[in-house]
Design a protein around this ligand. Structure first.
Ligand SMILES: [Zn+2]
Ligand SMILES: [Zn+2]
Length: 258
């Protein structure tokens, strides 16, 4: 189960049918296609209504937070009512960007938290160089009953603990396979088994040995293998656990798609 992918951001000449076919051959059961702006959220919903093994989220990436407004909010509210939309995001804060400014990102993030609470869907959070502010905004707002996930988690154990205490899951990407990611592997080895997920974030962040190439869901087993090895678990049984976690968080029924 790829808990975070962007099939609609793949380079031209990689149709979703082909990418999905390869991924299914590699054992993928389902994937969550994550919206990053208005157009891409619509595309995600379209993918999810076209392919039974795709689920969608709707949200505005913090890098585009200046585009947030009432009209977009109304459209997300409407899209969130579609049966195959399973979460709100990706949203959050990315202070590695100076533009949009922090305050603009925080306004969009706060609005997404309220939207998720209103529609009762979990949040998909993108957090980079901004854990303190993300945690304080989450504490200042009522959260949905299934709070959500920190996607592509790259924080340390202190940040992991705070996210877990707030009821969130942590999703690990191909970064965990990188040679210099010793600290992240240590974090991944300590997260309770029922609180983690795995993702590609494709087309970005291809795992070793594909690092630097266009990432795709069929590469997910490489990330799973490294996660299993640092946790001293069997990759197949870890895959089952992570599949269960993802289904539970997103309230999806992959046994009976559609
Ligand atoms: Zn992200
Ligand atoms: Zn993403």
């Amino acid at each position: 189960m790829d808990s975070h992918a962007h099939l609609n951001l793949m380079p031209p000449g990689t149709p979703p049918e082909t990418v999905l076919e390869k991924a299914r051959e590699a054992g993928m059961v389902a994937l969550v296609n994550v919206g990053t702006d208005r157009e891409r959220s619509r595309e995600s919903v379209l993918l999810a209504t076209t392919f039974p093994d795709i689920y969608a989220t709707v949200g505005l990436h913090p890098g585009d937070a200046h585009l947030w407004g009432g009209e977009m909010e109304r459209e997300f509210l409407e899209l969130a009512g579609t049966t195959r939309v399973v979460a709100i995001g990706e949203t959050g804060l990315d202070f590695s960007y100076s533009d949009p400014p922090n305050t603009v990102q925080e306004a969009s993030f706060a609005a997404h938290i309220s939207l998720a609470h209103t529609v009762g869907l979990p949040l998909v959070i993108h957090c980079r160089e901004a854990f303190d502010r993300v945690f304080s905004l989450l504490k200042d707002h009522p959260l949905p009953s299934r709070p959500g996930v920190f996607h592509c988690f790259t924080g340390g154990w202190e940040e992991a603990k705070q996210a877990l205490d707030l009821g969130f899951l942590l999703s690990f990407s191909g970064i965990v396979t990188f040679k210099n990611a010793e600290g992240l592997r240590d974090v991944a080895s300590r997260v309770p088994a029922d609180r983690m997920m795995v993702e590609t974030d494709c087309p970005y962040l291809a795992p070793v040995p594909y690092r630097g190439k266009t990432n795709e869901p069929s590469y997910l087993p490489e990330t799973l293998r490294v996660l299993a090895s640092c946790r001293k678990e069997d990759p197949a049984s870890l895959a089952e656990t992570l599949l269960d976690n993802t289904r539970r968080l997103f309230a999806m029924n992959t046994g009976h798609p559609g």
